[in-house]
Design a protein around this ligand. Structure first.
Ligand SMILES: Nc1nc2c(c(=O)[nH]1)N[C@H]1C(S)=C(S)[C@@H](COP(=O)(O)O)O[C@H]1N2
Ligand SMILES: [Mo]
Length: 197
């Protein structure tokens, strides 16, 4: 069953396409560097920091967690949007519940295999549509798009969704990620055009 979450924009704005964005048919690849070499059989993801229990999963273990498939939109801060992406994965709240989030946790830092990081307030992560996705359109997520595992954040500009994610760190105060250190927005709401600052 595919859960259509493309109407989440009604929470943030009047139009499905956020201001200043252009629709694209294809699915551009946008990475700060190349696609890191990744052997799916060696993949590990860790959940750590301000949690009751540190967790580590192989890809097979991660795929055994309760999963969902959602139809979502995708908004890149450089100005393109793609509608109706179909991602399969584990929702952030499902993962957070397994680890048991410390009451003092306020932010999350995602860590990726290419050295990329990105931060979000915890409340912005505790949403069903924040998926740690291993499937795209019914297939394994392609490596260029972050396979074997990436985060998607349809309510935020897409730089909040770390490709090749290897770590989910719960923080008790904010630390800026890769693009956030370089002037991009901490909160990144596309309908409010929070691109910088
Ligand atoms: N690990 C990692 N994740 C990343 C990036 C990156 O360079 N490295 N780029 C971000 C940006 S700016 C965007 S728009 C999306 C692009 O995802 P795509 O290449 O699947 O379109 O990934 C985000 N996640
Ligand atoms: Mo982006």
């Amino acid at each position: 069953m595919v859960d259509d979450v493309t109407d989440l924009y009604t929470e943030f704005g009047d139009e499905r396409l956020p201001p200043g964005q252009q629709l694209t048919d294809g699915f551009p690849v946008l990475s700060k560097g190349g696609t890191p070499a990744a052997d799916p059989s060696e993949w590990r993801i860790e959940v750590f920091g301000a949690v009751e229990e540190t967790l580590a999963f192989s890809l097979a273990e991660f795929r055994a967690l309760p999963s969902e498939t959602q139809r979502q939109d995708f908004h890149c801060v450089t100005g393109w949007s793609k509608f109706d992406c179909q991602f399969t994965g584990v929702s952030f709240p499902t993962l957070a519940e397994r680890a048991g989030v410390d009451g003092a946790a306020s932010h999350v830092m995602f860590h990726a295999a290419d050295g990329y990081t990105t931060d979000l307030p915890l409340a912005d992560c505790m949403r069903e549509e924040v998926l740690l996705a291993y499937g795209y359109d019914g297939e394994s997520l392609p490596a260029d798009h972050g396979g074997p595992l990436r985060v998607v954040t349809p309510h935020k500009y897409a730089y909040k969704g770390a490709k090749w994610v290897t770590g989910v760190e719960f923080l008790t105060e904010r630390e800026p990620g890769y693009w956030e250190q370089r002037g991009y927005s901490s909160t990144a709401d596309p309908w409010n055009e929070e691109r910088y600052g």
